[in-house]
Every structure is written in C-alpha cells, then in structure tokens.
Write a protein that binds this ligand. Structure first.
Ligand code: ZN
Ligand code: ZN
Ligand code: ZN
Length: 110
C-alpha cells in the first residue's frame, strides 16, 4: 500500500511518523510538530497512524495541526508558499541550564 515519502514506513502499520519537527516559512524556522490532535478513530483515517498522544502524523495528513498557528497544517499560511520540510531534532538529554546561561551573560556597561 502507501508508504510515507518522508519516513518510508508503511502507513497501514506504522504507529507514528519519525519526524518530530518541521521546517517552514521563508525564515526557515522549525517547530515541534503537534502531537495532541487526532480524529476519533483508532487509526488516523487520513494517514493511518495510531491515534495516541505523542504520535506524529505523516506530513500531508489533513488532520495534522500547524504547530505555529494551530490551524490545519495543509491549509494554513505559515509555510509562506514553501515546501514544508520534515526534520528530526534530537532533544538535549539534560534540560538547558538557564541559570548557568544567565550567569555567563554580561550586560553591556555604558
Ligand atoms: Zn512518515
Ligand atoms: Zn493523520
Ligand atoms: Zn500555521
């Protein structure tokens, strides 16, 4: 049957797409994909993933919400006419230590 052109998994059996971020827009900003919005079936009627929080739709699915504006990703304007590119972004093992970062930050002296 149909395979996802990004993750190459068979859509009927894959639980989730493997790309957790998408790059979109002229600035090339990337966003963590929404994993909270699904239809009412056991599997997505459009892209076939297992409907469960934390699972990513295959790109192009009509159910996926835009992580930037919250509307349907397929029809919102956030891509600004450019192709949306799926990305895998590896999360840091430890959360960023903002306090240490702040202590390394010197304010300009006038
Ligand atoms: Zn996929
Ligand atoms: Zn879907
Ligand atoms: Zn949008």
């Amino acid at each position: 049957m149909a395979k996802c052109q990004d993750c190459a998994q068979e859509k009927l059996t894959a639980d989730s797409c493997t790309f957790n971020n998408i790059l979109m827009g002229i600035q090339g900003d990337f966003y963590e994909r929404d994993t909270t919005y699904y239809d009412k079936n056991e599997r997505c009627h459009d892209c076939g993933i297992l409907n469960q929080k934390g699972n990513y739709h295959h790109l192009g699915c009509g159910i996926e919400r835009c992580p930037k504006c919250g509307l349907q990703l397929l029809s919102c304007d956030c891509s600004e006419g450019r192709k949306i590119i799926p990305l895998i972004v590896h999360k840091p093992v430890k959360p960023v230590d903002f306090e240490a970062w702040e202590n390394n930050f010197e304010e300009p002296v006038y």
